[in-house]
Every structure is written in C-alpha cells, then in structure tokens.
Ligand binder design. Structure first.
Ligand SMILES: Cc1ncc(C[n+]2csc(CCOP(=O)(O)OP(=O)(O)O)c2C)c(N)n1
Ligand code: SF4
Length: 346
C-alpha cells in the first residue's frame, strides 16, 4: 500500500479489471453475449473507486444469472425471479453497499416481473442489469415475455400468440428514475452506460440486448450488425438533436404526437426541426415515446432514456426511523413483539 501524501495514512491499492475476475470457470457457451457484458462490467468496476468488499452482485436463475460467480465481489446466486427482492432487503439493511442485480428477460420479467416493478417504483439506490436475449437460454430455448409475436420456439412450435413486453416501457411505467439501453456488441457504449447507471442515485435500470447464439442467434442482428448499426440505431445524447445514419443525414422529428424519420436537407428539413433529447425532462413522456420506437419503422434508440432525482427508499426509511426515535425514544423490539395483542392458547 502507498502512503497518502502528508497524512501518514495508507492509501488502498488501485484496483484493475483483473481484480474483478474470479477463479471460476465461465460456463457460458462460446460466443454468448454474456461474455461481453461481463468484460465491460469488470472494466467499469475499478473506475467507480468502490472497494470490492463493498460490492454485491445478486442474481436469480438463468444463464445470465450465473454472473455473480464471475465477479470477484460478494454475491448471491439466488432463486428464480427474486434477485430484485433480495437486493432490496440487502440495500435497506446495508445502505453502504453498492448493490447490483444481474437478471434475464425470463428471470426479471416472467417469474420476477412483479418483484421488478415494485423494486423500480421504490427507488432504492441499486443497479439492475437486464440481459435481454428474448429467450429462455438456460432451459434450452422456450419463448420469453420479450420474444417477438409469432416466434417459433420449443414451447411455441406454431409461433407465440402473445404480445411481447418492452423492458424499457415497463421500467418507465414503473416510475424508475434511471432507464437506459445498450448492446452487448458495442463495448464502448455498454461501458459508458454501466458507468452512468452506477453513478445514478436511485434504482438504475439498464436493458442490454444480448445475443444467445445457441437458442436465439441473431435476435438483434438486423439493426446491431456493424455494417448497418449507424443506419438503424439511434444513439441518444442529452441536449443533442436526434441525428443518425452513416452520413449523419437522418433525424427524428415530432409530427403531432408521433415521431417520424426525416432526411436532413430534404424538403427544407434542418437540425432545428429535430427532437432534442432531454433525459432530465420533468415527465418521462419523451422517454416513453422513444421507448416505443422499433426497427424497421424507426432506428432503435440506445443510451439513457430518462434520469430523474427522487429520494431513495433507504433515505426515506432512515429519516422516518430517526424522526420517530426522536419523538418516542429508542424502540424495544421485545416489547413490540410481545405487545398488547399477544395471548396464550391453552
Ligand atoms: C421456480 C422455477 N421455475 C422455473 C425454473 C426454470 N428456469 C430456470 S432459468 C429459466 C428462464 C431463464 O431465462 P432468462 O432469465 O431469460 O435467462 P437466460 O438463461 O436466457 O440468460 C427458467 C424458466 C426454475 N429454475 N425455477
Ligand atoms: S444458452 Fe444462450 S444465453 Fe445461455 S450461455 Fe448459451 S449462448 Fe448464452
């Protein structure tokens, strides 16, 4: 350890990406998008300056939920759909920890859907990474709540008959204070978004498009493939007009309440006509409108859709506890349990 100049105190050693790598054999299939997500999260961790013993990764069940094994931090590989629940309990009791949830579209939106929405509205200061591969990977290829309508899978041999849900829309509707999206195969963007999520005070929700090359290969390829991405993905940047395209010659304009794609320079359209992204808008109306845009009608938006400041649940609970203790004195748990409402069954 180096000494902190002039103080005589020992400075903790600077961590590197390698410090967050475990000795566990990674069991994902070769080529799985989860590898890229793991690499970027491990890359961002040292930048946060949080000691490893203060970081906890919590997951449910699924391929993506193997994540905590591969992070050299504390972690729980918990039960199916309950990662957000465990994370909530931990954060309330230990607000000093940096708490992360790694979940899948099945884990977080099927069995865990109810837990996820309540976690989002409560706004604990935790970070949720939802790996969306639009399939159940671990159980070998059944459709999930994000699988496209009509998709043929092992559990829908004639095509699904269900409308998929959009994780970003769900997060916005659940009163989340930070909602973002990124792509496994864009490491620079992904690292930036994971960093932003970590910095947000309150629950941050990041949907990550993740390729499951075994059971749903190419699910996002139509718009994420390198040669087409700039034409089919809209990178949201706060305060900037919504421009996209290889030649930066296309944009998004509002026509009444509907977004539309326009070409700059055609029919007198200039950058001034375009929607300007405001991730801090007082209401998430713009974020919701953007979240509904999908390929091929629109470029697919990635980046931070919405970011707002609201007191966290743990702040409110701590404040309440202190206030009540001031008024009524310190509590007595034994007295509370025995109370006036206990009786003996003969
Ligand atoms: C209570 C319970 N129900 C069902 C299962 C079976 N199961 C395990 S993982 C999973 C879905 C995982 O899908 P997802 O969260 O998308 O993760 P992926 O494997 O695609 O990363 C299911 C249904 C289970 N383990 N426990
Ligand atoms: S089954 Fe799919 S999601 Fe699971 S490890 Fe293999 S490629 Fe990844």
């Amino acid at each position: 350890m180096a000494q902190t100049e002039g103080t005589g105190l020992l400075e903790p050693p600077k961590l590197t990406r390698q410090d967050f790598v475990t000795d566990q054999t990674v069991r994902w299939c070769p080529g799985c998008g989860d590898y890229s997500i793991l690499a970027q999260v491990q890359r961002v961790m040292p930048e946060l300056g949080i000691p490893r013993e203060k970081i906890v990764f919590i997951s449910g069940i699924g391929c993506s939920s193997r994540f905590p094994y591969y992070m050299n931090t504390y972690g729980f590989h918990s039960i199916h759909g309950r990662a957000a629940t465990l994370a909530s309990g931990l954060k309330i009791s230990r607000p000093d920890l940096s708490v992360w949830v790694a979940t899948g579209d099945g884990d977080g939106l099927s069995i865990g859907g109810n837990h996820l929405i309540h976690c989002l509205r409560r706004n604990l200061d935790i970070n949720i990474l939802l790996f969306n591969n639009r399939i159940y990977g671990l159980t070998k290829g059944q459709y999930s709540p994000t699988s496209e309508f009509g998709k043929k899978t092992k559990s829908s041999p004639f095509g699904t008959a269900e409308q998929p849900i959009n994780p970003v829309c769900v997060a916005i509707a659940s009163e989340a204070t930070f909602v973002a999206r990124s792509i496994d195969i864009d490491p620079v963007h992904l690292a930036k978004i994971v960093h932003r999520a970590a910095q947000h005070k309150g629950t941050s929700f990041v949907e990550i498009y993740q390729n499951c090359n075994i059971f749903n290969d190419g699910a996002f390829e139509d718009f994420t493939a390198k040669d087409v991405r700039s034409e089919r993905v809209l990178v949201l940047e706060h305060g900037h007009p919504m421009v996209f395209g290889k030649n930066r010659d296309k944009g998004i304009r509002l026509n009444g309440l509907d977004p539309e794609v326009v070409t700059l320079g055609r029919d007198g359209v200039t950058e001034k006509d375009l929607l300007v992204h405001d991730e801090n808008a007082p209401e998430p109306t713009l974020a919701y409108l953007l979240s509904r845009m999908s390929y091929p009608e629109f470029p697919v938006p990635v980046g931070v859709f919405y970011s707002a400041q609201r007191p966290t649940l743990e702040e409110i609970l701590t404040q309440q506890g202190e206030e009540i203790a001031r008024r009524k004195g310190p509590g007595d748990i034994e007295k509370l349990i025995r109370g006036t409402e206990t009786w003996t069954v003969a």
